[in-house]
Design a binder for this molecule. Structure first.
Ligand code: BQZ
Ligand code: CA
Length: 694
C-alpha cells in the first residue's frame, strides 16, 4: 500500500500527469514468490582453520617423475622448493581424504586468451584458466562452506594479518619462501609492483578492475619487510579490505617479468606493457597449481603442474594431485554438452536452455557425470548507462538516451513493459526461473522481501510512464518519439549490448527488444563476443546492457564497493568521464552513504538494516532492472574425488575456485589416459612446451 501511494504522489509531483494517465498507473508491490526449488546437497559447514593451516611437516613427497627431475639435477629437492611453512590442507576436511597423483581435469570454455598480462586487463579466456594460474592474497570461493560466525576470507598468499588497536591499519604477513613456477622468489617486491604500478597507475586497469577505490579511498600500502606490508586506512576496521584482497582484485603478478615492460620501471610504453606476453608466450610464471605450457589457437590451452606449488596435504604430498588441466577452446554451451557426455569433465550449467537435456542425460545411472543444482544465484540485470557527462563520448542520440535513463518515469516504463513470466519461460519451463525485480537475490542472507519494490507488468502503465517521461508517438509509426526539442523529435532508438557467447544473454536481449517494441520503444542489439563486450562496457560506448550479475548482489560482502558509485570506476553502469568526474543522481548519493556506512560498521544488526535500506532505494529507483534469476548446476565427472558437497557454481566465486581444484584427485583405477605431456614439467618462461629428464 505504502508504495502505491508513493508512486502515485510522485507522478503528481512531476506535474505532467493528466488524470487519465494516473488511472492507468499500476503501483508497485512486493515481489511475487519464487517457485520452490530444492538445492541438491548441503555444504558441511566448518570453520576456516579446519580446512588448512600453515605449518612445517617432517617430510614432503612429490610424484615419482618429479623426483626424477631432482635426481637429474634439473630441480631443487621438494623441501627447498616449498616455503618453510607451506599451506597444509587438513585430511579431516577432505570429502574423500588424502589423494593420489595423476590424471587431468578437462575443461571446455567459450572464451579465448587475449594474452597473459592480466595486470594490463587481458583475459585468459575465463572458465577457470586464470583461477588455476593466479593466486590471490586471500581466498573466498570455499566460503560457501564456512560457518556464518567465522565468515571472513581465508588466508592464502597472505598467511595472516593483524589489525592495529585503533583499526586504522592492518599488517599483512605473506607466506615466506614461496617461489613462482620458474623458481624466482615471491615476496613484497611483487606486492609493491602490483600496488604502485598496477592499482595506483590510472593508465592501466587490471582484469578484475581493481582501482584505488576498491581498497577504500585514501588507503595506502607500505612495505615493511620482505614478507610484510601494512595497509593504512582513513576509517577504522574496514573489514572489506580482506575481501578486496581476494580473487579478482589482489592477485599479484610476477614483478620480475612485468616490471621490465612497465613504463614506470624501464618499459617503453603502456602498449608495450600490454602486448609483452601475447597468447603464444608460454610458461608465464604463476603462483597457481598449473602453468600454461601449450596454446593451439581455437583448439586448446594445456596447463601442466607447477613444481614450485606451495601447498601440500597433511601427509606432506606436494599439491596439486592432478598433473594437467585442459581448456578446450569451444563454446560455453558445448561445455555443458561435453560434461554431460563425459568427453569434458566440468561445467557450470548456467544456461537454462540446456537444463532439460542435461537433466535427462544425467538421470541415467550409467551417466559419466553427476549433476547437482545449487541455490538460485544466477541472475541477469538490464543495466542502463547513467553517465550524462561524457563517459564513452556519446553522440547526440546516445546523450538523449542517457538523459532518459536518468529519468525514473522512463525506468518505471521499461520495467513495467517487461513480462518476466514470459522471459523466464522463454529460457526454460519449470520451477527454475523466478521474476527478479533487481538488487539483492531472494534466498541470500541480506535479502529482505519487505524492502523489495516490484513493479508488476502492465503495458498500459508502462506507456503512461513513457508519456510522463515526455515520449509520445508524434508521427504515428508505432514508435515513441523524443520531444520536438530533442533529436528533432525523432523516434527514440536505443542500443542494447549483449554477449553472443551465451545463448541466455542473447535470448534475454531479444526478449527485451520484443517487449520494448510492444510498448513502442525501438531497441536494436549491439551484439558482440565476450572480450569485445567487456571492452565496450568499460569504455562506456553503450546505452543499455544485458548483464549476468557478479557476486556483490549475492554475498554483499564480496566486491561491496561495486554496489554503489563510490569511486570513478566502481559502479559498472556509471563510470566517471575522462576527467574523473561523475554526476550522481540524488538516490545514488543515498546508496553511497548506505554502502559507506555498511563498510564502516561491524555491527551485524546495523549491517542488516543498512542492506534493507539499500534494497529499498535500489529497487524503488530501479537502479538496475532485474530480468530473471535461477539456480545453476555443477556438472562434474564421477571419477573425481574430494568435490565438496553443496558447492555452488557461483557465490563468492565460481565453482572452479569453490571446489578447491588443487586437492581434487582421481583414484588410480579410475584414471584416464588424458595427459598430453606425461612425465614432464613446464619449460622456461617464453619457451613453448615442457621439459623431460632425458
Ligand atoms: C565460469 C567463469 C569462470 C566473466 C566469465 C565470462 C566472462 C565475464 C565471467 C562461468 C565464465 C563462465 O564466466 O561463464 O561459468 O566458468 O567463466 O571465470 O562470462 O565473459 O567477463 O566475468 O566470469
Ligand atoms: Ca514514432
Amino acid at each position: 500500500m505504502r508504495h502505491v501511494t508513493r508512486a502515485a504522489s510522485a507522478a503528481l509531483l512531476l506535474g505532467v500527469a493528466p488524470s487519465v494517465l494516473l488511472a492507468e498507473i499500476v503501483g508497485p508491490t512486493t515481489p511475487p514468490p519464487a517457485p520452490d526449488f530444492e538445492a541438491q546437497g548441503e555444504p558441511i559447514f566448518v570453520n576456516r582453520d579446519e580446512v588448512f593451516t600453515f605449518r612445517a611437516l617432517d617430510s614432503y613427497n612429490e610424484p615419482d617423475f618429479v623426483a626424477a627431475f631432482v635426481e637429474a639435477g634439473l630441480l631443487p629437492p621438494v623441501e627447498e622448493r616449498l616455503p618453510a611453512e607451506p599451506l597444509v590442507f587438513s585430511a579431516g576436511n577432505m570429502p574423500d581424504g588424502i589423494g593420489v597423483y595423476g590424471d587431468v581435469m578437462r575443461h571446455v570454455i567459450g572464451g579465448r586468451p587475449e594474452g597473459w598480462n592480466y595486470w594490463a586487463g587481458q583475459s585468459y579466456g575465463w572458465g577457470g584458466i586464470d583461477i588455476a594460474m593466479a593466486e590471490c592474497l586471500t581466498r573466498t570461493g570455499p566460503l560457501f562452506m564456512i560457518n556464518p560466525e567465522d565468515l571472513l576470507p581465508m588466508p592464502n598468499l597472505a598467511r595472516s594479518w593483524d589489525w592495529s588497536e585503533d583499526g586504522m591499519s592492518l599488517s599483512v604477513n605473506l607466506i615466506e619462501g614461496a617461489r613462482w613456477s620458474d623458481g624466482e622468489p615471491f615476496g613484497t617486491h611483487d606486492i609493491d609492483f602490483y600496488w604502485n604500478h598496477v592499482v595506483m597507475d590510472p593508465n592501466i586497469t587490471p582484469l578484475g578492475g581493481a582501482t584505488p577505490s576498491t581498497f577504500g579511498e585514501g588507503t595506502t600500502l607500505e612495505i615493511t619487510g620482505p614478507y610484510q606490508f601494512v595497509f593504512n586506512f582513513t576509517t577504522p576496521f574496514p573489514e572489506q579490505i580482506l575481501f578486496a584482497m581476494a580473487y579478482g582484485t589482489f592477485c599479484p603478478g610476477p614483478s620480475h617479468m612485468l616490471a621490465p615492460h612497465h613504463p614506470a620501471t624501464g618499459g617503453e610504453s603502456y602498449e608495450g606493457f600490454t602486448s609483452a606476453f601475447p597468447p603464444d608466450f608460454m610458461n608465464f610464471p604463476v603462483m597457481g597449481a598449473w602453468v600454461a605450457v601449450e596454446h593451439r589457437p581455437d583448439e586448446i590451452v594445456i596447463l601442466r603442474r607447477n613444481p614450485f606449488y606451495w601447498k601440500v596435504d597433511e601427509a606432506g604430498n606436494q599439491l596439486p594431485y592432478l598433473n594437467e588441466n585442459h581448456y578446450r577452446l569451444s563454446t560455453w554451451a558445448d561445455r555443458d554438452v561435453q560434461a554431460v557426455a563425459g568427453t569434458g569433465d566440468f561445467s557450470n550449467l548456467e544456461q537454462p536452455e540446456n537444463f532439460v537435456a542435461a537433466l535427462r542425460q544425467a538421470a541415467d545411472e550409467d551417466a559419466p557425470a553427476r549433476l547437482a543444482f545449487g541455490p538460485r544465484t544466477i541472475g541477469y540485470t538490464l543495466h542502463m548507462n547513467f553517465s550524462a557527462n561524457g563517459w564513452g563520448a556519446p553522440d547526440e542520440r546516445a546523450q538523449a538516451i542517457r538523459e532518459l535513463n536518468r529519468d525514473l518515469n522512463f525506468r518505471i516504463g521499461v520495467t513495467q513493459a517487461l513480462d518476466r513470466v514470459r522471459i523466464g519461460d522463454s529460457l526454460v519451463r519449470g520451477p527454475f526461473t523466478t521474476q527478479y525485480p533487481g538488487g539483492l537475490y531472494p534466498g541470500t542472507s541480506f535479502y529482505d522481501e519487505e524492502s523489495t519494490v516490484f513493479f508488476p507488468y502492465s503495458l498500459e502503465s508502462a506507456r503512461a510512464h513513457f508519456e510522463m517521461a515526455g515520449l509520445v508517438d508524434t508521427d504515428g509509426d508505432g514508435f515513441l518519439n523524443h520531444p520536438a526539442d530533442v533529436m528533432g523529435g525523432a523516434n527514440v532508438q536505443i542500443t542494447l549490448l549483449n554477449n553472443v557467447d551465451f545463448n541466455t544473454d542473447s535470448n534475454l536481449a531479444e526478449a527485451v527488444v520484443t517487449m520494448m517494441e510492444e510498448a513502442g520503444l525501438r531497441v536494436v542489439l549491439q551484439s558482440l563476443s565476450g572480450n569485445d563486450v567487456d571492452a565496450v562496457a568499460i569504455g562506456g560506448g553503450w546505452d543499455w546492457r544485458v548483464f549476468r550479475n557478479a557476486s556483490e548482489l549475492i554475498t554483499v560482502v564480496q566486491n561491496t564497493t561495486e554496489l554503489a558509485p563510490l569511486g570513478p570506476q566502481t559502479m559498472r553502469s556509471h563510470y566517471a568521464n575522462t576527467d574523473g568526474e561523475i554526476v550522481l543522481m540524488p538516490f545514488e548519493e543515498e546508496l553511497n552513504e548506505i554502502i559507506s556506512a555498511f563498510m564502516a560498521t561491524r555491527d551485524a544488526e546495523e549491517r542488516a538494516e543498512l542492506m534493507q535500506r539499500y534494497q529499498q532505494v535500489y529497487t524503488e529507483n530501479l537502479y538496475g532492472i532485474g530480468l530473471t534469476a535461477y539456480p545453476g548446476a555443477l556438472i562434474i565427472n564421477k571419477r573425481f574425488s574430494n568435490i565438496p558437497p553443496g558447492a555452488p557454481i557461483f557465490m563468492f566465486n565460481w565453482a572452479e575456485d569453490n571446489i578447491i581444484r588443487e586437492r581434487v584427485w582421481v583414484a588410480s583405477d579410475a584414471q584416464g589416459d588424458f595427459e598430453v605431456f606425461p612425465e614432464s614439467l613446464p619449460a622456461a618462461p617464453g619457451t613453448r612446451g615442457v621439459i623431460t629428464t632425458n
